[in-house]
Write a protein that binds this ligand. Sequence first.
Ligand code: AKG
Length: 190
Amino acid sequence: MAAANLAPLDGELRLIEAAVPQPELVLERLLTELDWRQDTARIVGREVALPRLTAWYGDAGYRYSGIDNPPRPWPPLLAELKTTAERLALTSFNSVLANLYRNGRDSMGWHSDDERSLGPEPVIASLSFGAVRRFRLKHKTEPSTIALDLEPGSCLIMAGSLQHHWRHALPKTARPVGPRVNLTFRAVRL
Ligand SMILES: O=C(O)CCC(=O)C(=O)O
C-alpha cells in the first residue's frame, strides 16, 4: 500500500492507478461472464429495483440491505482479480460484490460498508472498469468531502476506521457514459 492516504482524517483511502492491465478487455469479460441480476429493496412497503445490476461471489454468504447472497464459487477471472486486489491491499479477501452501472442513470446511494460481518475496521479493495465515474465521500460529523474520478483499471482501497467515520456514494451523472463495472473485494467473517 505505497499510495498516499487521501483521507484528511479518520481512516485510510488509497488510489492506485493502472492496477489492472488491459481494463477494456476485462470489462468485456465481466459483462458477459458474470451472472448479473436485478436486486430490489423494500422501501416504505414497496419492492423497488436498485439502480444497477449486481453479482456476488465468495466463500462466505453475505447479507446487506436485506439482500441475501449465498456462497458462490469464483469464476477464474474474478479469482485472478482477487489476487491482484490482495497484493495491492496487503490482505486476503473471501468475497466480492460486483456492481454494473449500465449508464449515467445507474448509481449507488450514500452508505458505509459497516455490516457487522465485515468487522470493525474492514479493508475493501474496489477495482473499476469501463466508464469513468465520480466517487464521493463525506465525513459523518466534520465538514469534509472527497471526490475521486475512478479510471478503468484503478484500485481504490478503503481501510482503517474509514467506514466508521465516512459515507460514500456513486452519484448519477447527466453526461452520456457507457457501462462501468466495479468490483469490491471484502473479507466477510465466516
Ligand atoms: O461503484 C463504486 O465505486 C462504489 C461501490 C460501493 O460503494 C459499494 O459496493 O459499496
